[in-house]
Design a protein around this ligand. Structure first.
Ligand SMILES: [Zn+2]
Length: 140
């Protein structure tokens, strides 16, 4: 993980409303501190600047790693992942209960790589839903 100055870290957390910008789980629902991550990884030339940073839960960040693209599981075409600064969540995903349904090639590639709908992740979100703690409202 690359160093992110405190000012940019604080800005990113505040801008995200304390929500994972990928799976929409709230930091308040997690024991583990969320990561301020590089949307385009440093290893791919991504810079440590406002528009390349996003707040991510541990699992989304670990699965995303340095990935910036994947094969769309429907078409097989190389597809960039969902970009929280360039895309709007609701254009690419929708919730069906605790399931995150992708709506676009970017959504499908992202849901695959970040394993949005792994059984344990869905079960965690179902539990949060029961307690009215999911989804995190977030910026959009
Ligand atoms: Zn997440």
């Amino acid at each position: 993980m690359s160093y992110v100055p405190a000012r940019l870290r604080d800005l990113t957390i505040e801008r995200a409303g304390g929500c994972c910008e990928y799976c929409r789980v709230s930091q308040n629902s997690s024991d583990v501190a969320f990561h301020v991550e590089h949307i385009i990884a440093v290893s791919h030339g991504g810079k440590t600047v406002e528009h390349n940073l996003a707040l991510s839960c541990l699992r989304c960040n670990l699965y995303k790693g340095t990935n910036i693209a994947a094969a769309d599981p429907v078409t097989g075409e190389p597809t960039f992942l969902y970009h929280p600064r360039r895309h709007r969540w609701s254009d690419h995903f929708r919730l069906h209960g605790a399931i995150i349904e992708p709506l676009t090639p970017e959504g499908r590639a992202t849901a695959l790589v970040l394993r949005f709908n792994d059984q344990e992740r869905v079960e965690q979100r179902e539990l949060l839903l029961k307690f009215d703690r999911y989804p995190c409202p977030g910026p959009d």
